[in-house]
Design a protein around this ligand. Sequence first.
Ligand SMILES: *Cc1c(COP(=O)(O)O)cnc(C)c1O
Length: 494
Amino acid sequence: MKYKSTRGDFTVDNSLDGILMGIAPDGGLFVPESLPKYTGDLVELGELKYEEVAYRVLSLILDDIDEKNLRGMISRAYSDKFSAEDVLDIHTCGNMHFMELYHGPTSAFKDFALSILPQFISEGIKQRGVENKVAILTATSGDTGKAALEGFKDVENTEIIVFYPLDGVSDIQKYQMITQGGSNTHVVGIKGNFDDAQRALKSIFNDRELAADLKSKGIQLSSANSINIGRLLPQIVYYFYGYGNLVKNKMINPGDEVNISVPTGNFGDILGAYLAKEMGLPINKLICASNINNVLTEFFNTGTYNANREFFTTHSPSMDILVSSNLERLLYLASGRNGAMVREFMEKLNNEGTYTIGKDLLKALEDFSAYYVDEVSTLSTVRSIYSKFDYLIDTHTAVAVDAHKQYIEEHRDYRHTLIASTASPYKFTSSIGKALNIEGEDDFVLLEEIHNKTGVKIPQNLKGLNTLPITQKLAIEKNEIKSTVVSILVGEND
Ligand SMILES: *Cc1c(COP(=O)(O)O)cnc(C)c1O
């Protein structure tokens, strides 16, 4: 399978080349040249273990990795790092089926991709005999950072640098990162937000002079953000698994269409669902749920993407994003792979902060319904799901629930819906405490207090974080990202 850039003709011959590069030299993102159909039986799908579903789905797209190798990678990624019985649990409340994607090593759905991406990268390094060290640069709105650090920690021939917004993540998220161990890990706080970090990193990836300079020192850059196609593909799998589970439990008949609601930031998770639909999974609507950083809601409803707006920090910080990178892939696919048009939109976005798509393309996006949820409703949704169903969800998941509710109010479409439940509520204890009227002097005391009140188990990886030594102390201005990358990667040699 070849992989093409969203901005034109740049092509790589296979997935591992695309994954190692991270982003195409023309600034575009890699997309598989075609999306093969999943032709397996949907009743059988419900009988398969997660790892088998992963193999059947991923082998269609990652056809340059042989079966034994791919199965090995999947097994190393999922067989003992997740605490759920079969990688994820599915919890039903009425017509909503919560796919609990947060039982991995860092308690957010990012673990699904970031426990396997390092293996793709290692395999690429091995197969190509790359002598360079691969340096992974990552911007995080809170969850990607820790998941990437855990995934790449002590992986041979790699170095990982994570940039997070100093004032834009929860205390638990911050402690997860600043206590990170490993000999190849670097965590840098920036005085800015996720968009600042992502923009700076994209420009570093496109900096040919820097690339040449690093190459001469044996260093090649790649990304662990969902701009990397290797981050995206593993996120298709759980939608297949979730669908199979509904068939197995006789919630739906094989072939019935379901809706899917996804709390959305960088548009990676929901794009996984879109790719699943394109591969033949029976999906009706994809509900794109945003917080008050509602740039995507406006886009899907009007066709205008406008990042020139106030940025808010919210109770769902991992979605505090104004430039959703993966939308570029959707525009490419939905426009019939019109790279020239995508390039034009992206240049406009870069120069003017806004672009407007034509009526035909907007029509091609009708698979999506978009809603946003304000701060008060986010917390009241956590509270109402808890009191109605005795079920505790995190604030991001609450945004998906309320968006789904708005969708039903508008369309009266009550069909079964998979909700992407993206994080453990224990990552956002101060918000959950507010929602449930539970008090505690800091986020770590709240961890215990919420447990005492709800009985919900605290993930092992979040316990005692505040007693670990702080190993990562770097804090910089947002215009120092490039110089920081250079000094971390080559500083010692200069
Ligand atoms: C990253 C994240 C999201 C948003 O996912 P995208 O792929 O960036 O759209 C939602 N919820 C949580 C908890 C996250 O960590």
